[in-house]
Design a protein around this ligand. Structure first.
Ligand code: G6P
Length: 474
């Protein structure tokens, strides 16, 4: 039996079947997995995650009890759940990604969406089943009094379900996303809004990446449930139980990142990018192609900057890495297409025979991203809203001279704000001006800011972040 468990939708690895029928294991993507991967494995924590694809399901079926580590994969203790595909898709795509993600990132085009009818009721039922499958697996795997850390918006109901099964456990929930203010959260049908909040309040400790999101969660508990909120403690008391609220601002493991970024595959990407861009200055962005990342406005801002500053023509290149994400959702496919269209417009307007102003890459390549960080003169991170944004933290750790242009709506702004050039993500002209300011920032100022950014970015590396969540359960 296990004494420490982590549960999340996406696990540290995913599988694809090669042309000759062999299962190939890959590292999972996104902030949550980047944060947890190294630590969970090193500390022998049992990680429970969902099979995300048929290829993952094949791997699970070949593993005793879904334990991939026991089937010989070098994953650390890992149980992958084979949840029926229809249930999984409704829970992941329709509820988690199209509803809870949209609510917490304020992404709806309000005159047209959301609308909650019979179809949503069915999807919500699947979300309950999916959360129930996690609760059941955790209840089976956890030793007496074990500490269980449930992660993110996919699993808001699991804490309360697990507590009902196993009152002996100490349960934490952690949100890697922002949290919506009550007026926006209340777009959800009342019962659903209540169930989400009560689900998380089933935990002993509810963690967030920034004060803002923790405050919004408490506001929702008060407004929707009429719960008693103690903002000083901070804690929420509802129906006789108290859940402590904590803020743990996940950072990066500087040493591990350095080590990885020094490997030969990264070096060869650096050489290849240099070959392509020469000694031009680089404005870098690295994102999932995600609505909340605001990639289109970032590109438009770059276009405005080029229009306003012809002196930079031929002297700067924007490297925009936007790797694929959530392509089951039509909104994401359309968004990818608008990113590509917008990039093409910049090309059409500014490219010359010997200057490519923009290199857009939509294929995921981790070593190439690390190479880009190392080479960046400017890092653009302009999300509409973001739980934390680890890109904003990884960049300054790896780059010797990058200036950070950062959205004030990213959780990371709370720590990095004083040393970054802050922008309103909707203000294209403001963003364009910040790009220029970042390019011309004097050398000593950029290094001084970079040092402060680096210190803030590495203040709470994943090991300490996980330890803080565990301590909160003692
Ligand atoms: C965000 C979420 C994570 C999620 C990641 C990638 O960081 O907070 O829970 O894993 O995005 O998204 P995906 O849908 O591909 O897992």
């Amino acid at each position: 039996m296990n004494s420490v468990l982590v549960a999340s939708n996406r696990g540290p690895v995913s599988f694809t079947v090669s042309d000759d029928g062999v299962l190939i294991m890959r590292r999972g993507g996104g902030g949550l997995v980047s944060g947890l991967s190294g630590v969970a494995k090193d500390d022998g924590v049992l990680w429970v995650c969902a099979a995300l694809s048929d290829d993952d399901r094949s791997a699970v079926r070949l593993s005793p009890g879904g334990r991939l580590d026991q089937a010989g994969y070098d994953t650390g203790p890992l149980r992958m759940l084979d949840i029926p595909a229809t249930t999984f898709h409704r829970a992941y795509n329709a509820v988690a990604n199209s509803t809870l993600w949209f609510v917490n990132h304020l992404l709806y085009d309000i005159p047209n969406a959301p609308s909650f009818g019979i179809r949503f009721a069915r999807e919500w039922e699947s979300y309950r089943d999916y959360n129930g499958a996690f609760a059941l697996a955790l209840a089976e795997e956890a030793g007496h009094g074990a500490r269980v850390m449930v992660q993110d918006y996919h699993l808001t109901l699991t804490p309360a379900m697990l507590r009902a099964e196993r009152p002996d456990l100490r349960i934490a929930h952690f949100s890697h996303t922002p949290w919506a203010p009550p007026e926006y959260f209340s777009l959800l049908p009342d019962e659903v809004a209540g169930e989400v909040l009560e689900g998380i309040l089933g935990a002993d400790h509810a963690g967030f990446l920034a004060e803002r999101w923790a405050a919004a969660f408490m506001d929702c508990c008060e407004a929707v449930l009429g719960a008693e909120v103690d903002r000083a403690a901070p804690s929420v008391t509802h129906e006789g139980r108290t859940t402590r609220i904590g803020v743990h601002s996940l950072g990066v493991d500087g040493a591990a990142l350095w080590e990885r970024a020094g490997e030969p595959d990264v070096e060869s990407h650096i050489a290849a990018i240099r070959e392509q861009v020469g000694d031009r200055r680089l404005i870098v962005r690295i994102d999932r192609t995600e609505l909340s990342k605001n990639i289109v406005r970032g590109l438009v801002a770059y276009g405005e900057f080029l229009a306003a500053h012809p002196e930079w023509h031929g002297r700067v290149v924007h490297l925009a890495f936007a790797y694929p994400s959530r392509h089951d959702l039509p909104e994401y496919r359309e968004y990818t297409a608008s990113v590509q269209r917008c990039a093409q417009e910049i090309e059409n307007e500014f490219a010359t025979e010997d200057w490519d102003p923009l290199i857009l890459n939509v294929h995921d390549d981790y070593p190439r991203s690390l190479a880009a960080y190392r080479m960046a003169d400017v890092l653009l991170v302009n999300p509409i809203r973001d739980g934390m944004n680890l890109v904003a933290k990884e960049g300054p750790v790896l780059s010797p001279r990058c200036a950070l242009v950062l959205s004030r709506e990213a959780g990371a702004a709370a720590e990095l704000g004083p040393y970054a050039l802050m922008v309103n993500p909707y203000d294209i002209s403001g963003t364009a001006a910040a790009l220029h300011q970042a390019l011309v920032m004097p050398e000593d100022e950029r290094r001084a800011r970079r040092d402060k950014l680096r210190a803030a970015a590495t203040a709470l590396p994943p090991q300490k972040w996980l330890a803080a969540q565990l301590d909160a359960l003692d």
